[in-house]
Design a protein around this ligand. Sequence first.
Ligand code: RB5
Length: 162
Amino acid sequence: MKSVLYIHLFCIFAAIMENEKMKIYIGSDHAGVELKTLVKEHFSDCFDFEDAGTFSTESVDYPDFAHVVAKNVLKDSQSLGILICGTGNGMAITANKHAGIRAALCWAPEIAALAKQHNNANIIVLPARFIEPEAAFATLQSFFDATFEGGRHQRRIDKINI
Ligand code: RB5
């Protein structure tokens, strides 16, 4: 109940500040499709989701979806991405092949906040087979609420690309 109120207030604040919903590019493989649906429902008032698929539990290859989301996030600098697979590792490994993408595998609110504060992650990756939906929602909320701290963290980010 408290978290629903919190999300509602967050949405109102975000709408007032930005006058439009932030774009979120989202994608999953078959292992993440169920959680992807729940995430879209849970945050439907807050964000404008563009879903790259997959849309069924039929077995697919996670890079096909990670590449689409990564390319979209790079094209739209105001956006963020969410990728979901069984462990999260396949999605994170693939998305991070794109220079400028900082995809962070997160399974708890504290890690998600730090992924934004310190790493300025532009894609959050969830491990669908190792996280309950409520924990996933809290992890995402924490990511969206956090802001990049810049300073020494920007200096470190500037050293990532090779
Ligand atoms: C699919 O079985 C699984 O390998 C995939 O979802 C992911 O965990 C890969 O990293």
